[in-house]
Design a protein around this ligand. Sequence first.
Ligand SMILES: [Zn+2]
Length: 270
Amino acid sequence: MNQQEFVTWWNDYAGRFPSTAIWVRNLGEEPAKSLLLTWAEVLADTPLRDALRVNRAMAKGELEPVGSYDSQREKTALCVRRAAARAIADRKHAEVAQARTSEPARPLPANRPNGLPSIAEALAQCQRLVKSGRTWREAVNEVIPVDEHEPPPPYERYKCPYCRDRGIVIVWHHESVRVWRHDPSLIRDKRGHRLTMAVPCSCEEGERHLWLSEDTPPPKNFGGWTTRDVCYTPDRYCAVKSTTDPEDVEKFCQWCEEHFRPHDTGMEHG
Ligand SMILES: [Zn+2]
């Protein structure tokens, strides 16, 4: 505290302990002045706020007040300084303890030096993407971008993750979607309702299966499609690996649930 703050502190103390104020005044002008100057020096390092707290605590009996002998009163500033220092130390100690107990688990480093997310982060991001409809492969490709300078591992050497560069994607048939919308249990219970079809992929390779010329009709032996409206996107179709694997069947049902509600439009086509 500075000189002015010391005056504030002393006024506060004198108000709470008038006998000390009277004792100081009775010392005589010069001795009183020099005692207060000494006290101001003693309290120079003590923040005013903390010194005022000590005054209050002493007055309330939370701290032992300064004794009433002269030799004790002379050390008033010293007592206040020590009590304030103890309180500050206690507070810091409590803050550290509090920070330790409320500290969340040490977070994993956000990024590896090469800019890739940590494994835990990448896993969490992938899980979010998978929940929002991506396959694991797509999610991984999105979260951990392939380094262009490094060839991808052999199993990832496809330009298109949907068709694996074949240009065709096998998807659940409209008819199965229709049946699911009529009654999902029919898809789960009756294999006969699980139908598939092939659609052109929306990638470059898929284009080879499309005849998009407006000027000439496709040749008679053309076995492809004539509109991009049938091209595969994960929203338009549900890709299928197996119609007999219960897990795959369940994936299809989940996809339907995300895109349609059973019974919402009766037997309408999806
Ligand atoms: Zn493709």
